[in-house]
Design a protein around this ligand. Structure first.
Ligand SMILES: [Fe+2]
Length: 152
């Protein structure tokens, strides 16, 4: 477990809460994209969005539980998520390419926040958070690569 330095731990839990909020908006963006997508790539994208939001739901739980392990309180209201999120909610996107661009940009924002928290966790010697984040970072990098390939 983490070396005790209250300020460092608070910095990590606060960063994780921002990441959690980002993920909740990312999750809801994906659900909307899954529901509204139209066009010739419907079958592929409808399924892919579902896979991504299912993964996001699991990640959301892992991040919240990590915050609890660090004696913090995970944000748990839509109002908090909206005010804390760096990711903008999107609405009404039916077009496949446009939807994939949203997922790509959201994923980049998630990655950026993960790297910030990763750095704080490294400084604090918080191996548990570093371990959680390194898995998330490589997953997100892989998704970014796939999304870029899709968009050509
Ligand atoms: Fe569905």
């Amino acid at each position: 477990m983490i070396k005790e330095n209250k300020k460092q731990v608070e910095k990590i839990t606060s960063g994780l809460n921002t990441l959690l909020s980002n993920y909740q908006i990312y999750y809801q963006n994906l659900r909307g994209l899954h529901w509204l997508v139209k066009g010739e790539r419907f079958f592929v994208l409808h399924e892919k969005y579902e896979q991504w939001y299912t993964e996001a739901a699991e990640t959301i739980d892992e991040i919240a539980e990590r915050i609890l392990m660090l004696q913090g309180t995970p944000l748990h209201g839509f109002d908090d998520y909206l005010s804390e999120s760096e990711i903008e909610p999107v609405k009404g996107i039916k077009d496949g390419k446009q939807g994939v661009s949203v997922v790509l940009n959201n994923s980049r924002q998630l990655l950026e926040r993960m790297r910030i928290v990763m750095e704080d966790a490294g400084e604090a010697g918080d191996e548990g958070t570093s371990d959680l984040l390194s898995g998330l970072i490589s997953n997100t990098e892989k998704r970014i690569w796939m999304l870029n390939s899709f968009l050509g």
